[in-house]
Design a protein around this ligand. Structure first.
Ligand code: SF4
Length: 708
């Protein structure tokens, strides 16, 4: 039996796994999984999804031969077809007519070469990722406040904290292993408390001392009210504010305009005054407070403002860079952060370098010896698919994601792909809703077959290691990209022979022109300490939190402990934010629609949907309806109902529950046409985005409901 340490491919907790195998048989039925006791993220724990990984293996349904227009072909022919298709598109329409849409499921090394090829060599800036649907508002909020896309704290802060505030995050289901760590603190520390801020009563509320079931989208008002309260009660850390921050007076004035009193906040958020007061009092009195937030914050038209409203309260009380205190963004995907590190977002180049800094931009071109460096930001996800629909982008390469299910106005995205002359999709399965739109299908390696790194929510880089030899017919994503690059004529820069070599180049780029002696030019993302790893050292690499450099050779648990931030002045920035106006539901679509994850499913279910044990939890798609609405529309439990609006319609089973507020519905986000013909939730969400982050508002749609 061979035992290998690797990392779970699902959520952003990034649990370590100890995987034992007895042979290399293609059915993979010999895999035994348990939590890695030594991995700092999970210390041996795994949730139900991670522990069922062994049941998702095997080659049934795998794509193991490239296809062009549905006809099997060999790899040379497929690589040549991709390269010729891209070449012709570029020759006729310019490099801006080609694009990539990547994924937080990719490994950092795959992401790195994809981004390098498009932004450095082809010269197209249009590389975006499904992280745009997940973390983009947090990225924008962090950059405004801290000058860089960084999570300040670490998971060990959980054991130090005494107040946990969950905002728009059902951790019990979506970050289960971290939630278990919180539960343990709640059980063992008598003064510890959990507050859940969520319009819906979720499984996380079962452990909470207080659930604030606020009006959807009113988070800015709630946290502006908290800032006002902290000021009024004399709970500010004036020393921290004056030494380490800027913009406090404006942020407080802005907060007080709409949220000077508890009564104002209670009225705007639909919360009882007593509950608001209780939350504010608990936060004011507990220094050891962690505010953990996720998609309920990010997936909104004002997602970035929500992030900054939260951060403002931590800056005002000096609760950042300290053990047990801080704002903490929970990453949705296993490598959303690693993708950002290499520049997977359309508004970044690489190594956290933006287009806005010409000197830094030139560094990337110099380091890559790039013949055709993209000069300006490209299209963010929603803009990207709109550009395809307009016919402006004529060749798209999608890797490891399923936008026909996950993008807002998903039917429009599907129609756009049908019009696109060249759609290349790299995936591990024969059929997904997006693969079924592909001109060229490229079989990629799956988890357990590929090698590389991922970065979890606490900036921790961990190795994902191969457990099996690659099956004949599939290739690593980085290898496919390099072969296409070579076929395009870019031989210099893509002659990698292993993931280890790519990682070393990625680490070297993070150090390039990133002088430790010049604080003002210092970039946050620095893994220079890993640039000289040998292949053997890369193979043995233990989980480590960046920055990793000469000053911190063993990584960095917490940032900002010295009060210095990555802004031009070295000071954190308060951002003056205002609660945006609430929109009234229209007469045609009078109900609000919320979407989210289920405990046992992952994304569009391509992997978890094939595991009977995981399907048992929730076997079919549903819409949760409040009893008052069910009575109004004459709907009983288990009735078939239709949700519709101008973007599309769904057919779902009714579930009657008081978990959501009257007038609000909830649907799980997972089902694709592959598993249920009319249950793709994202069909119904408008492609409205946060103006700063470009993140779609996937928590607040408007629909009509009827029994069928
Ligand atoms: Fe995997 Fe997340 Fe579960 Fe850990 S908590 S086992 S990373 S799905």
């Amino acid at each position: 039996m061979t035992t290998t340490l690797t990392t779970c491919p699902y959520c952003g907790v990034g649990c370590g796994i100890s995987a034992s195998t007895t042979d290399n048989s293609l059915d993979r039925q010999d895999l035994h999984i348990r939590g890695d006791d030594a991995h700092p993220a999970n210390l041996g724990r795994l949730c139900v999804k991670g522990s069922a990984l062994g049941q998702t293996m095997g080659t049934t349904g795998r794509l193991l031969q490239p296809q062009i227009n549905g006809i099997n072909c060999n790899w040379p022919k497929a690589i040549n077809a991709v390269a010729e298709g891209l070449k012709q598109t570029i020759a006729q329409h310019g490099p801006g007519a080609v694009a990539m849409y990547l994924s937080g499921q990719l490994l950092t090394e795959d992401y790195y070469v994809a981004n390098k090829l498009m932004k450095g060599f082809v010269g197209s800036p249009h590389v975006d990722t499904n992280s745009r649907l997940c973390m983009a508002s947090t990225v924008a909020g962090h950059k405004r406040a801290f000058g860089a896309d960084v999570v300040p704290g670490c998971y060990d802060d959980i054991e130090q904290a005494r107040l946990f505030v969950l905002v728009g995050a059902n951790m019990a289901w979506n970050h289960p292993v971290l939630f278990q760590r919180i539960q343990r603190v709640l059980q063992t520390k008598p003064t510890a408390r959990l507050v859940v801020i969520d319009p819906r009563r979720t499984a996380s509320c079962e452990s909470a001392q207080l659930h604030l079931q606020l009006r959807p989208g009113s988070d800015v008002l709630l946290f502006n009210g908290l800032l006002s309260f902290l000021a009024e009660q004399g709970k500010l850390d004036h020393r921290f504010i004056s030494l380490h921050t800027e913009g406090f007076a404006q942020a407080l004035a802005s907060a007080q305009l709409q949220a000077a009193s508890i009564a104002q906040v209670a009225a705007g958020t639909d919360l009882p005054e007593a509950q608001v007061t209780k939350f504010y009092r608990w936060f004011a009195d507990e220094q050891l407070s962690l505010t953990l937030f996720s998609q309920g914050v990010n997936q909104a038209m004002n997602g970035t403002d929500k992030v900054n409203a939260i951060i403002n309260c931590h800056l005002a009380t000096g609760r950042i860079g300290k053990a047990g205190a801080g704002p903490f963004s929970l990453t949705g995907q296993p490598n959303a952060m690693g993708g950002r590190e290499v520049g997977g977002l359309a508004n970044q180049l690489a190594a956290h370098i933006d287009y806005s800094n010409p000197a830094q931009q030139a560094l990337v071109g110099q380091f890559w010896q790039a013949p055709n460096l993209a000069a300006a930001p490209g299209y963010k996800a929603v803009e990207l698919f709109d550009a395809i629909e307009r016919g402006e982008i004529k060749a798209l390469w999608v890797m490891a994601t399923n936008p026909v299910v996950s993008m807002p106005q998903a039917d429009k995205v599907k129609a756009a792909l049908a019009k696109c002359p060249l759609v290349i999709v790299s995936d591990i399965y024969q059929h997904t809703d997006t693969l079924d739109c592909a001109t060229i299908k490229l079989p990629a390696l799956a988890w357990s077959e590929k090698d590389g790194t991922v970065t979890n929510s606490e900036r921790r880089i961990s190795r994902q290691r191969a457990l099996y030899s690659p099956p004949a017919g599939a290739k690593a994503d980085w290898q496919i990209i390099c072969e296409v690059a070579n076929a395009l004529g870019f031989t210099q820069g893509f002659n990698f022979s292993s993931a280890a070599e790519i990682f070393a180049e990625h680490a070297a780029l993070s150090a390039f022109g990133n002088s430790a002696g010049d604080d003002k030019q210092k970039r946050a993302f620095d893994i220079s300490g890993l640039a000289q790893l040998t292949a053997e050292q890369y193979q043995q690499l233990a989980p480590v939190q960046w920055p990793v450099n000469s000053a911190n050779p063993f990584g960095t648990a917490r940032l900002f402990s010295n009060g210095r931030f990555f802004t031009a002045t070295g000071k954190a920035q308060f951002i003056a934010v205002r609660q945006c106006q609430f929109v009234e539901a229209s007469a045609q679509t009078p109900l609000w629609l919320n979407s989210g994850r289920l405990r046992d499913q992952w994304h569009s279910m391509t992997r978890t949907g094939n595991v009977p044990r995981l399907m048992q939890h929730t076997p079919e798609p549903f819409v949760a309806i409040h009893p008052a609405d069910a009575a109004l529309y004459g709907i009983a439990a288990a009735d078939l109902v239709q949700l519709r609006n101008r973007y599309g319609q769904l057919l779902l089973r009714a579930e009657i529950s008081t978990d959501q507020r009257p007038g609000e519905l909830f649907v799980p986000m997972h089902w694709s046409a592959q598993f249920a013909s009319q249950a793709r939730a994202d069909v119904l969400f408008a492609a409205d985005t946060d103006p700063l982050s470009g993140q779609p508002a996937l928590k607040l749609g408007q629909v009509a409901l009827r029994r069928v």
